[in-house]
Design a protein around this ligand. Sequence first.
Ligand code: IMP
Ligand code: MG
Length: 182
Amino acid sequence: MREVTYDGLTFEPYITKEQIEKRVGELAREVERDCKGTVPLFLCVLNGAFPFASDLFRAVDIDAEISFIRLKSYEGTESSGKVKEIIGLSEDLRGRKVIVIEDIIDTGNTIFKLLADLNNKGADDVKVATLLFKPDSLQKPVTPDYVGFEIPKKFIIGYGLDLDGLARNLRDIYILKEESAE
Ligand code: IMP
Ligand code: MG
């Protein structure tokens, strides 16, 4: 595997597609165990989580449904700052087991707000599966239930993660080279 360049920044190989595939399989076994007797609804947070959601959903050998949401940000006119609203959610969540599928949890702000909204919609049990987790960046009290890889506070791309919309179609995950970040 070689380095890749986007926007003048150089990234080096970090997590291979084989490592991702193996870890997704392990997470799928955990989800199967935890979901016995229920039909969970996977909720893929677009755009970044679509490859992970697709792989995890197909790796899970139980009855399950999948749906897709996006989060819309507004610049608040008050001091409340950014507010996120769920768009595209048509399912009735009341009484359901929901597994939110995220690509990455960085500050935790996105997932924190989303979890509050989902609980308000009456979901019975909401779990969070994230492929990547940067614990050192976390600013909100969020504990993901299924974590693919814990990673340092560095910028990564590939397998759904983008740099200004690009690099999502890389099959492996790449990390920004130190000297290229300056
Ligand atoms: P949050 O900070 O946990 O709210 O994460 C917000 C969003 O930032 C994530 O869903 C990603 O879209 C994006 N993000 C955070 N870290 C990275 C990264 O290292 N590469 C690409 N996108 C990232
Ligand atoms: Mg995202």
